[in-house]
Design a protein around this ligand. Sequence first.
Ligand code: GUN
Ligand code: FE
Length: 436
Amino acid sequence: MTIQVFRGEILSVARDPALDPEAALHHADGLLVVEDGIIVDRGDHADLAERYAGVPVERIEGLIVPGFIDAHVHYPQMDRIAAHGEQLLDWLERHIFPAEAAFADPGHAHAVAGPFLDELLRHGTTSALVFATVHAHSVDALFEAALARNMRIHAGKVLMDLGPPDLCDTAQAAREESEALIRAWRGRGRLGYAVTPRFALTSSDEQLAVAGDLLARHPDVLLHTHLSENVRECAEVAARFPEASDYLDAYDRFGLVGARSVFAHGIHLSDRECARLAETGAGIAVCPSSNLFLGSGFFDFARAGAHGVRLGLGSDIGAGTSFSVLHTSGLAYQAGLAGGYRLDPFRALWLATAGGAELLHVGDKVGALAIGQEADFVVLDSGATSLLARRTAGAPLAERLFALQVLGDDRAVSRTYVMGRRAWDRDSARFEFFGG
Ligand code: GUN
Ligand code: FE
């Protein structure tokens, strides 16, 4: 039994502030008490100091917030960030499919998986929902590396039987390989499986039905795919599924829309689709960096909010250009404003933490620094750059937080803790690994 006491400024937002204005919990001088990786106490130093008088205290300089949750990211695309020139479908064909084909080599998958997870930790991300490639061993490589870092990672083999032949499986292989991966990895470390059809255009009807069947058979797995990202993509989906009332309905007909479904993007959704998402409990990973980079458009926060659609944030590396969920939350503000919606900094933090955790069905375990939750947290340094320091000096909390979102990135993450253990330390530039 190991008790750790961290003392510093602590902030978390457990519930959507749009629904509960009292959702932010802030201690200007607080204690976070961790026992065997789990938060067992939290409060003002003045109230708790006596209770933990005999325990050595780790002083934290900076703002302690929950570890970030990246609700949509592609690990095989990290070396294709900043591929110049095209919108979604051309970009996939020209830059992404060739990069993913290289993962046919298991050695390549192993060579990328570790550095990818390190990059997440360096940016303060402790949990993520991750696309692998069509190759089953790409999932093994990622899960092995996640286990070594004790990170909370959901991932799955990509299902795609339409597209470039060197990157395609079949409906049968999709079923067999997904089943084998679920069996092999279920219950290990902090890992979770996600059935991952790439998107409607790269799976046959038969394969989409397999995905629905996998979801029905395994109540503990997520469904992870793309939805309504790009105008040309939406037109091609409408042409391919003439019987479907809209893009979401194309998935719905195969049993892919439910409380465990996470759809990336949702840029061009109708009111009917938002209502259906909310009714089923399905959610959207909002990816503003990617949406800007590929010219896809701006997420409509007001419409989604009016229907009560569940939301989180995704970096969508490699269409997104930053691993930083903090920075992505600042871009979400900018994308929101382009659509007439002003994203509050506390709601932005909620999206980056507890909102994403709920989307991934791990809201009981992480995201709010609540008692009983796993102690995944990040230390934000508002003096990380001279500009940040000038902008935040003496400023009230909301203004400091907003400046961190707009001006901050990995430089502002001075430490990342995974279950109470320091996994990344910026100032010594060190990762510390430990088996899970
Ligand atoms: N739609 C289908 N595949 C992809 C992908 O790899 N990235 C993005 N951004 N959208 C997709
Ligand atoms: Fe994506």
